[in-house]
Design a protein. Structure first.
Length: 156
């Protein structure tokens, strides 16, 4: 019983001291470090450190106004995707009308058939090995629990 009290006292101290430690070091996300500004012709470019979004900020008689700068990469990628889709459709139309494709252009390869993986159930000897393995794990787990209970009873 005395041994348990020796263990409980430090644990109690840790539990009581933890809120004081957390209160000393508040985790406040400062908005001051979120944005960085860079001088531009008519105003500033503002970079949002969280999202990576760039805005152009200019001074107006009423105050400052910031407008998001369009992301050219996203525009280019969407245009490439649109052209690829359109190109594939034109190839399909030409081939469906039995017309040849222009020189150097190959038809789209047919999509590969993906077969679902087949799960094979263990049978015979394999099944016995799996069951034996699971029984061994279960016995070891029960033995560990019993051993821990004995140790706890001896200590108290």
């Amino acid at each position: 019983m005395i041994h348990m009290a020796r263990l409980a006292f430090p644990a109690l101290l840790l539990v009581l001291a933890a809120p004081a430690t957390w209160a000393q070091a508040p985790q406040v996300d400062s908005d001051d470090s979120r944005f960085s500004f860079h001088r531009a012709d008519d105003g500033y470019l503002r970079l949002d450190g969280r999202t990576g979004q760039v805005s152009a900020c200019i001074r107006r008689p009423v105050g400052w106004i910031c407008q998001t700068v369009p992301d050219e990469r996203a525009v280019l990628e969407s245009e490439i995707t649109r052209l690829q889709t359109e190109n594939a459709a034109i190839k399909r139309d030409l081939l469906s009308n039995h017309l040849p494709l222009p020189n150097g252009i190959r038809p789209e390869p047919p999509p590969a058939r993906v077969e679902a993986p087949r799960v094979q159930r263990p049978v015979g000897q394999e099944l016995r090995r799996v069951v034996t393995f699971m029984e061994t794990i279960w016995r070891r787990l029960v033995e560990m629990i019993v051993s821990m209970q004995r140790d706890l009873l001896r200590q108290s």
